[in-house]
Structures are given as C-alpha cells and as structure tokens.
Design a protein around this ligand. Structure first.
Ligand SMILES: [Zn+2]
Length: 292
C-alpha cells in the first residue's frame, strides 16, 4: 500500500509495448486504487492491446469491492472481460463485525463477483492483530463454503497458520488461490498438497529478492498456476524502459509471463495459454469470444 507520485506516463514507452502470444488473465488488478482514477479507460485500452483480455479486479474491502463491481458494469465488454472479487484484506480485519459480514456475503450474490477475497493472514505488518485477522479470515472461509465460490487468498509470513486453517476447512471450501506467492519451498509444497492454486506476480523479476522463486516455479503444475500484476504495486524490475511514477498496470503482464516461462523452461505461448485455461476454470468464467 505504497503512496504513488501524482505524475506518471500517459502512454507506455514504445519499448514496453509487448503483446502476449495468447490472451492472458490478470487475476489480481487493484484498478480501484486512486492512481488509476485519472486514466482508467486508457489503462484498459493498453491491457487489450497487450492481449490481456480478462481482468479480475481485486476487492480488498467493502468499498473497493463495490467500486470494482461498478467498474465491471461500466467498462466491461468491447474485447475486455472484467470481473471482481469481494473480501476484507487482513490489514482491515479489525473492522470485521456482523454488519460487514452480511454485506460481504450479499456481494457474493452479484454475478460480477467471481471469488471471495482478498482475505487471509499477514503477520508481516500486523496492521490488524493476528487474532483479528484469524477471526475475519475464518468468517470469510465460512462465506466461501456457503456460496461455493473460489477464494482469493493473501498470505505473508503466516504460511504455517494459513496451512493449519485451510487444512481444517479443506473439505468445506472449493478452489482457493494463494495470490502473489513469494514464500519458500516447504510452504509451496504444503499449499500444493492442499490442492491450492498459486498466483505469481513480477516478484521473481526482482534480482534483489526473487532468486529463490526462480528455482521453485517449475514445481507448480500448469493446472494450478495463474499470473497477476497486483498493480499498481510490484512494478517488475526487469522492464527494458523506465516508467515515470513507477505505477504497474495490466498491460505489463506479458513481461511477467516471459520471465516465469524462462525460469520454467517452457514457451511463453504455452504458459500464456495454460495459465489462462487454469484461470477460466478456477473463476468459472464464461467463454470469451475474442479469444480463439
Ligand atoms: Zn495481497
């Protein structure tokens, strides 16, 4: 949740325009972030031009989930398929109460909402206490179990507790993805053993901290792997040109796919097609007629 400078490029530099070899699904786009308020239609147009044809807009609290739903209604169509998630992020878990629980459950009844989340545990920053986070996450596991939709999970420095909680709920919930996975090998294999999906961001494009992930990404079956920008956060550090303002956006997802494909030793086309097929199945998306 970093602050972004007000100034950024209105167009992508030529060197950053890169079209994916197959249509991509960005499973984590925080387009309700204030940094997109000024130029959202242009951001969506650039995503389409880069062949990022489906965006899952992350709803991190009630207000942002409602904004994401409104954005789907206003901007979806015309070659771009927009969907939303609705959840309460662990940072905001202290706000969880009965009224909020009812509102979040009601949001799941909307056709635009395809997953419960972003929800989970973040023991790195503890903006809400661990006890508050566990209470809000448990309540959202219950919502997912009741509505049957998949879970979009955030976990940071809480892998052990996350595995315990998910193991207890495994038979009651359906599919779940741990988004922006950055942890170590044992955590990854623990998640795969629980038959979870894994979301990868541009974290492994970071030569300072992404090294361990490069050896791990090949362990993730293509049928369990999805890709995401987590924009405006986590601008990849391997881009061939600088971006003023350093705001990440969906049009840059093909660069992340290129990096992951490299470390998995497979073609970008195979990774693009495979992660898109996984995301369509996971979020139960309707067929996109723009794709073939
Ligand atoms: Zn997250």
């Amino acid at each position: 949740m970093a602050e972004h400078p007000a100034q950024f490029d209105d167009v992508l530099p030529e060197a950053l325009r890169f079209t994916a070899p197959a249509p991509l699904v960005d499973i984590g786009a925080n387009l309700t972030h204030e940094s997109f308020a000024r130029d959202l239609p242009a951001v969506l147009g650039r995503a389409r031009a880069a062949n990022v044809t489906t965006l899952i807009l992350t709803g991190t609290d009630r207000e942002h989930a409602e904004q994401a739903v409104a954005m789907c209604r206003e901007h979806g169509g015309d070659g771009l398929s927009l969907h939303a998630t609705a959840g309460v992020h662990p940072h905001d878990a202290s706000r969880w109460d009965g009224e909020l629980a009812a509102a979040m459950a009601a949001l799941q009844r909307l056709p635009e909402v395809v997953a419960v989340g972003e929800c989970g545990l973040d023991f790195n920053r503890n903006f809400s206490t661990p006890a508050e986070q566990e209470r809000a996450f448990e309540a959202q596991l219950e919502i997912a179990a009741a509505c049957g939709k998949p879970l979009f999970i955030h976990e940071r420095d809480a892998g052990r507790r996350m595995r315990e909680m998910l193991r207890a709920w495994r038979d009651d919930i359906g599919d779940a993805v741990v988004h922006c996975f950055t942890a170590e090998r044992d955590t990854l294999h623990g998640y795969l053993d629980l038959d979870l999906h894994i979301g990868l961001t541009g974290w492994l494009c970071d030569e300072r901290r992404g090294h361990h992930l490069r050896e791990l990404v090949g362990d993730i079956p293509l049928a369990r792997l999805m890709v995401e920008t987590d924009c405006p956060y986590l601008l990849p550090r391997n881009l061939p040109a600088k971006l003023k303002g350093r705001r990440h956006e969906p049009a840059l997802l093909p660069w992340i796919v290129r990096e992951i494909a490299h470390w998995r030793g497979e073609s970008e086309a195979a990774l693009a097609a495979g992660t898109t097929a996984t995301a369509r199945r996971f979020f139960r998306l309707p067929p996109n007629h723009e794709e073939n």
